[in-house]
Write a protein that binds this ligand. Structure first.
Ligand code: GDP
Length: 463
């Protein structure tokens, strides 16, 4: 008689597990993916510079470019044509229409960049923080025009604040585009003068000397973006902007840690027309794939991943460092908030209202005292909080305790403080557990007053 062998149940291809680490390795062997943010004082030329670079790279089709040229000369501002490349996509992105527009991505020989938008206006700094929190590397654009660099570098200029913010958010590598050099006759003296003024500040802000590279350029004429400018041949033999950003080092990703994503945006409806809720953000740690359950913290509700887009491309998986869109089913949209953490079900992130942090105080006018109200920023999260206790002042270079229970924290000091969230408990992890989630920034009255790391969380709420 014939033996009947029972076949194993058919696994639906939908639920076939992917070895994400293997896929990740394959993808990175091809080209390292990096999230890039462009910062600098308003009108420094950020949009023009990036728009022109994207145009030179062939990311903008001729027809669109011609349209921008026509429209901008019609209003007597032909110099705006390049800036519009970015503004247009920014606007469309804000309306959530063209999330997958090609222009937010571009490639160099060895790197694949996702361009994060960061409006330069002061009012938008909280937005900028949430954008820059996703960044691995940054371009700081400086207007070299006489008087303009100085204005941007003064106390209420944005050059310093943006540099401090991106560093506090974990960016270690910076390309400084000394822009608009066409206006100052491609002066080597001006180029050097700006470096002399800027570099001590950037070092003090925590950028290592060899991680900051200065590039002379003009976003408007396009010189030294892709091709070397004829006007600087006599005194400059370094790389072009394009060559330099190709040299950004690959960041270290927390692939082996439990999955964490800080929600930067969410909306009803799924990607590519499917139902559900879509969440946007950057994966801070771990990996995920379609079919995985994720937990929303605070709240403790589950959702199932139905669709994914990683770095603007449809994907079955995503990993730490990826900017993603994730469509979830089985979740009530009311459970989501900007700043919530999506995490792995087996390793939920702790929730608390109390943290102990080690901070560096910025250039503030009024010293920090006990009871100081602040806004605490951590990735896309911003929450009201109070500095409830000044624990110690630390020596900036050795980290040793200089003073216990100080009465106040002067500018440029380093200290340990207790912070209480006043609105609601939120997910926190120590810097030791997760160096992405363990980093915070404190702002008050529209200014950044301190940045630091979480060294302890207490009174944890378990869901
Ligand atoms: P953003 O606010 O930093 O994005 O600055 P924009 O890109 O909008 O530029 C502000 C103004 O500076 C616009 O009028 C630009 O045409 C002009 N601009 C930008 N880059 C350059 C440059 O390299 N040279 C000159 N001459 N003008 C520039």
């Amino acid at each position: 008689s014939k033996k009947v062998t029972k076949l194993p149940p058919k696994i639906s291809p939908k639920h076939k597990r992917i070895n994400v680490l293997e896929e990740y390795k394959k993808r990175n062997d091809n080209k390292v993916a990096l999230n890039l943010v462009v910062v600098g004082h308003v009108d420094a030329g950020k949009s023009t510079l990036m728009g022109h670079l994207l145009y030179l790279l062939g990311e903008v089709n001729e027809k669109t470019m011609k349209k921008y040229e026509r429209d901008s000369s019609k209003i007597g501002k032909s110099s705006f044509a390049y800036a519009w490349i970015l503004d247009e996509t920014g606007e469309e992105r804000a309306r959530g229409i063209t999330m997958d527009i090609a222009i937010t991505k571009f490639e160099t020989e060895h790197r694949r960049f996702t361009l994060l938008d960061a409006p330069g206006h002061r009012d938008f700094i909280p937005n900028m923080i949430s954008g820059a929190a996703q960044a691995d590397v940054a371009i700081l654009v400086i207007d070299s025009t006489t008087g303009e660099f100085e204005a941007g570098f003064e106390a209420n200029g944005q050059t310093k604040e943006h540099a401090l913010l991106v560093r506090s958010l974990g960016v270690q590598q910076l390309v400084v585009a000394i822009n608009k050099l066409d206006v100052v006759g491609w002066s080597q003296d001006r180029f050097n003068e700006i470096i002399t003024k800027l570099s001590p500040f950037l070092n003090q802000a925590g950028f290592k000397k060899d991680k900051v590279i200065y590039i002379p350029c003009s976003g408007l004429t396009g010189e030294n973006l892709l091709k070397r400018s004829q006007n600087i041949l006599e005194w400059y033999s370094g790389p072009t902007l394009f060559q330099q950003i190709d040299k950004f080092e690959p960041p270290i990703r927390l692939l082996d840690k439990p999955f964490r994503l800080s929600v930067s945006d969410f909306f009803k409806g799924g990607i590519s027309g499917m139902g559900g809720i879509t969440v946007a953000g950057k994966i801070e740690a771990g990996t995920i794939q379609i079919g995985d359950d994720v937990l929303v913290i605070p709240g403790g509700e589950y959702g199932v991943i139905k669709g994914l887009e990683a770095n603007d491309e449809s994907s079955k998986w995503a990993a730490a460092g990826d900017s993603i869109l994730m469509t979830l089913s089985g979740l009530d949209i009311l459970q989501l908030k900007v700043g919530s953490i999506l995490c792995s079900v087996s390793h939920p992130v702790p929730v608390t209202s109390y943290i102990l942090a080690q901070i560096v105080v910025f250039d503030i006018k009024v010293p920090i005292t006990k009871g100081f109200p602040v806004i605490l920023h951590r990735q896309s999260l911003n929450e009201p909080a109070i500095i409830t206790k000044l624990v110690t002042i630390l020596d900036k270079s050795t980290g040793e305790i200089v003073k216990k229970n100080p009465r106040c924290l002067p500018k440029a000091s380093s200290a340990t403080v207790e912070i209480k969230l006043t609105n609601r408990p939120v997910p926190f992890e120590t810097y030791k557990e997760n160096k992405e989630l363990g980093r915070i920034m404190l702002r008050k009255g529209g200014e950044t007053i301190a940045a630091g790391i979480i060294i302890n969380v207490s009174n944890i709420i378990i869901y």
